[in-house]
Design a protein around this ligand. Structure first.
Ligand SMILES: Cc1cc2nc3c(=O)[nH]c(=O)nc-3n(C[C@H](O)[C@H](O)[C@H](O)COP(=O)(O)O)c2cc1C
Length: 196
């Protein structure tokens, strides 16, 4: 069964509406290693060796964060810049992440209508996630469809949080269907799970 790593990057979890509910629901899933990056590194003093060792010990890496300025919060960028270094994630000898799965679990303030051609943000949310997708590809990781909640400021977080827990549990049980790599995004009611 794949070892699953769940990393959270939210700078204000105490006032979070949805990500806190997702984090709480995920804590009930057995067999997942989890870390709250802002709690661990409030000064962005990332322990690169420890983060790399943790990546090596897992096959599925799930990054949970709220969309900030069409990207991730700043600590997540620092984490990527420092942890996915040359000789580890890419470049000569940089094959240590090959074959692993990377999945994002994001929330957006903008509604689904805003993330559509002709909408307020002009592009679908996957377009804004292209740097993450290409980072995965360069690192030899397979990029699974992101688990997304649009309109997070007004949404009832319960169904989304429960769906996130179901998704994590499915990864640990090897019950996520291969179409996860073909979908644009996943939502709590469109999870591609196999019977188990
Ligand atoms: C600094 C900042 C930047 C944000 N940028 C975006 C953005 O680019 N697109 C968007 O849809 N929402 C944006 N938002 C809204 C957040 O995505 C939203 O507040 C979050 O997903 C809600 O999750 P939470 O309840 O767990 O905090 C931004 C919020 C903050 C504080």
């Amino acid at each position: 069964m794949p070892a699953v790593l769940h990393l959270l990057a939210h700078p204000g979890l105490a006032t979070s509406h949805v990500n806190a509910a997702m984090w709480a629901a995920a804590r009930g899933v057995a067999g997942v290693t989890r870390a709250d990056l802002y709690a661990r590194y409030p000064r962005h003093d990332i322990d690169i060796a420890a983060e790399q060792a943790r990546l090596l010990a897992h096959e599925v890496i799930v990054l949970q964060f709220p969309l900030f300025w069409y990207s991730g919060p700043a600590l997540l960028k620092d984490w990527i810049d420092l942890t996915l270094e040359h000789g580890f994630a890419y470049g000569a000898g940089g094959d240590r992440l090959h074959g692993k799965v990377l999945q994002l679990a994001i929330t957006t303030g903008g509604t689904a209508a805003a993330y559509a051609p002709g909408g307020h943000n002009h592009h679908e949310v996957r377009t804004f996630l292209t740097p993450f997708e290409q980072t995965a590809r360069l690192s030899g990781m397979r990029f699974a469809a992101p688990y997304v909640l649009h309109g997070a400021l007004l949404a009832d977080p319960a169904a989304h949080a429960a769906g996130f827990a179901r998704l994590l549990a499915a990864w640990t049980a090897d019950r996520v269907a291969p179409e996860v790599f073909d979908r644009a995004i996943l939502t709590h009611d469109t999870l591609p799970l196999t019977e188990g």
